[in-house]
Design a protein around this ligand. Structure first.
Ligand code: CA
Length: 433
């Protein structure tokens, strides 16, 4: 939670007192920002000593220790100050009987905590309205509470300086701490003051000055000046604090969400596309790996078969021979089966492929043939057939099947074929037509 405040302070001896026994301070601490005014009393030097000692002790306490609970910070620091004053008064005869009032405002984040002892006051100016947050610990306040006198009469009552509670006059003091903190809002103003101000200025006068456009220091000077204009019967001390800005704590998750929101739709689309592309890529990788594996398997088989077929020249020595057919564009299993006189089922079995799987171009298919014959001399397919196969009646091969197995639309076997040319002899023992 961020806040911006400006403040002004001023103290004056007044027109009738010889010395100023008021004391005030502003300081920062781990417990928050602190504004405090003390109005001392008693003896020749006691009053000034008590108010100064009170504030020094409070500062020492609040700056020396962090309190989780601000109310506890206020209660303990004022109690500590009370003890310091009381001890001094006990040990030093010249300070005997000294004491002080105290009003203190502790601002933690945007929460205002306050406490007081005696008749120094804290006012809140909120939305054009002045509110007294503290209630004097004084004899006249008790009379007002009883209904004996009015607040206006209290201002000029002969017992108006008599306190019902003060710091330093006993070993323990009853500190009045605000029951719950006030949440500061933008344009709120606080006024701390000693009774030298309120003895002369009415709430209406205070409200007029606080609500003006002047800066807090000008307001502080004005208030003191007005009290002096009204007689200045006592020391006058004021602190005015204007809260200019209150910034709510940044809700980081909401902030991040707001930042992200315009990007969310594109991000989702990108994520989906990325997923699709990655899936596609992995699929292609897998297919390619399968193809590579099949080629590797086939090449191994081909190498083996080649050794066998190369060594054979006699037809009757040939076992079933594996040939490799690399799938071309537009070829179906049916067409390949017809060419080599093998059933689609057989192709599926030999190659471990799915019949309905789209046949990828370039995939090597293993196909069993009767044999692969290597031409021992240049000759035509017809001549080879006449010379080598026709005469073996048990060797089921026809010229038509030879043409079909060995030629493609782009690679027709016509004319004289070179020596060493491999001729596929399909197995016609079973007819798949
Ligand atoms: Ca006073």
């Amino acid at each position: 939670m961020e806040k911006t405040f400006v403040f002004g302070s001023h103290t004056d001896v007044g027109l009738q007192r010889e010395k100023n026994e008021d004391y005030f301070s502003y300081f920062e601490s781990a417990n928050g920002e602190v504004f405090v005014i003390c109005d001392g009393m008693g003896g020749h030097v006691g009053g000034a000593t008590a108010s100064r000692l009170a504030i020094d002790s409070i500062r020492e306490h609040l700056q020396g220790k962090y309190f989780e609970e601000p109310k506890e910070a206020l209660a303990q620091s004022l109690q500590f100050a009370n003890q310091q004053i009381f001890d001094q008064a006990q040990s030093n005869p010249t300070l005997s009987g000294m004491g002080t009032t105290c009003v203190i405002l502790l601002v933690r984040d945007t929460q205002a905590y306050y406490a007081h002892v005696g008749d120094s006051r804290l006012y809140l100016w909120h939305k054009e309205t002045l509110q007294l947050l503290t209630k004097d610990h004084s004899v006249v306040q008790q009379l007002v509470d009883q209904g004996t006198i009015t607040p206006e009469e209290a201002r000029s009552h002969p017992n108006r300086n008599e306190l019902s509670r003060a710091m330093g006059v006993a070993a323990v003091v009853e500190v009045e701490v605000s029951p719950s903190p006030y949440t500061i809002q933008k344009d709120d103003k606080f006024l701390l003051c000693s009774d030298g101000l309120t003895a002369h200025l009415t709430d209406v006068a205070l409200q007029q000055v606080l609500g003006s456009q002047d800066n807090p220091q000008e307001k502080a000077l004005q208030l003191v000046a007005q009290a002096n204009q009204q007689g200045g019967t006592d020391n006058i001390t004021v602190q005015v604090i204007d809260f200019r800005h209150i910034v709510p704590p940044p809700n980081t998750s909401r902030k991040a969400w707001k930042k992200l929101k315009p990007w969310l739709f594109p991000l989702v689309i990108i994520a989906i596309l990325a997923t699709v592309f990655i899936a596609q890529y992995l699929r292609e990788q897998r297919i390619q790996a399968e193809i590579d594996q099949r080629i590797a398997d086939s090449l191994a088989i081909v190498a083996t078969e080649k050794r066998i077929t190369d060594s054979l020249t006699s037809v009757d020595k040939h076992p079933d021979t594996l040939i490799i057919h690399r799938i071309k564009k537009g070829e179906s299993l049916a067409r390949i089966g017809k060419r080599y006189n093998v059933a689609i089922d057989s192709l599926v079995d030999w190659n471990g492929i799915d019949e309905v799987e789209k046949i990828a171009v370039g995939i090597p298919l293993k196909i069993k043939a009767k044999m692969v014959y290597t031409l021992e001399k240049p000759q035509t397919l017809e001549a080879l057939y006449e010379e080598r196969f026709k005469r073996w009646e048990n060797f089921d091969v026809t010229l038509k099947s030879l043409r079909r197995a060995n030629s493609t639309p782009t690679d027709s076997l016509v004319g004289v074929l070179p020596k060493g040319k491999k001729i596929i002899i399909p197995d016609l023992r079973v007819i798949y037509m």
